[in-house]
Design a protein around this ligand. Sequence first.
Ligand code: ASP
Length: 437
Amino acid sequence: MDDILVAKFGGSSLSDSKQFVKVKDIVEADKRRKYIIPSAPGKRFSKDHKITDLLLMCHQLASHGLNFDEVFSIVQERYTGICQDLGLSINIEESLKEVKNKIRDGASVDYAASRGEYLNGLILSNYLDFEFIDAADLIVFDEKGQYNADLTEKKVAERLNKTEYGVIPGFYGATEGGEIVTFSRGGSDVTGAIIANGVKASLYENWTDVSGFLMADPNIVKGAAPMDIVTYRELRELSYMGAPVLHEEAIFPVRKYGIPINIRNTNAPADKGTMIVADSAPSTDKAITGISGKKNFTVISIEKTLMTSEVDFFRKLVSVFETNDVHIEHMPSSIDSISVIVPSSQIDSKLKKLLEEIRIYCKPDNITTYPNMALVAVVGRGMISTKGISGKIFTALANAGVNIRMITQGSSELNIIVGIENEDFNKAVEAIYKAFN
Ligand code: ASP
């Protein structure tokens, strides 16, 4: 089978003509880079606008019957500027006009949002001299907006079999009736993974503006070491707590065939970045892979003697959170007590009601709430087989004067999560990092 690479370039990698030049150099440096997935142009500097945001603004104004010429002209200038700078012959004005008319005439919000990738795809395919393939013809959603993986996989394989080199815009697909549907924000990462799966690529490259992941947040740990290799599952454990570089749904499509994802930096193409690999990968000599965390959780601690002998106790407790639409993060328990840990932002206005309902339905002996808790996750697939990891973590925290309020180990045995005071958060991450590096 052919050795195929699928390369997705994020918004910052395609924000202006200079970035396009870098992308072309990267694509042409390896002939195996056959299918390219562009995002919409992102920010060129911190106060700049992302094209997707501008298009959403246009849609918002149009849906209120307001004039959106001024906002659309910024979109127009960005694209025409790129085409002019690169000396392209493509008539992007024509496509821009069509997009503008459709937004004015009441096109859907998903249609408007998706045009950033569509237009960028047209430009990039012209610049690279690759075939343009509309994602609306490959990526299938049902009428309810649910992504249809089986049908998509078939279509991608069939269609791309006929194309040697192609550009497929990220972020959207369509229903079989032709209605455009987008993934959630940042969804071009998902498109790249779907295409990589469909063509059974040997590697999915995800080009962005950082050289992969670091073992800890560099704002907390200066000079934090890069993460060379991480498994899909480890990444899930790390990213659900911290700021994700990669869309969290991007690993599901590639997981099926164990296609690795390589996070690379368009602005530093010599860096090898982070490799995200199948869960079966052998563990490295590193005891831990990374540390991440989040602040602002509230712990609701419920005590009741013999609660485990009441068959419906846990169901009643969980139902209270469910009916109030509150997501539970963790639920560590002991014989006569259980703690429910939830993001504080979710219960700010609901706490009184929640406590009242717990009292009514669960009849506890005692309920206590502790706000301002932070959770720190220490993740590593080498953890199960290495002795003394938790000892090292707790010693480091004790030496740093951090008081531990909760400890849980995920059932995957990939992580240890500690609950601490918000104010100790940075100190704790630093102390744990130093203990292992
Ligand atoms: N352009 C879209 C966004 O800004 C999708 C993406 O970049 O992946 O969210």
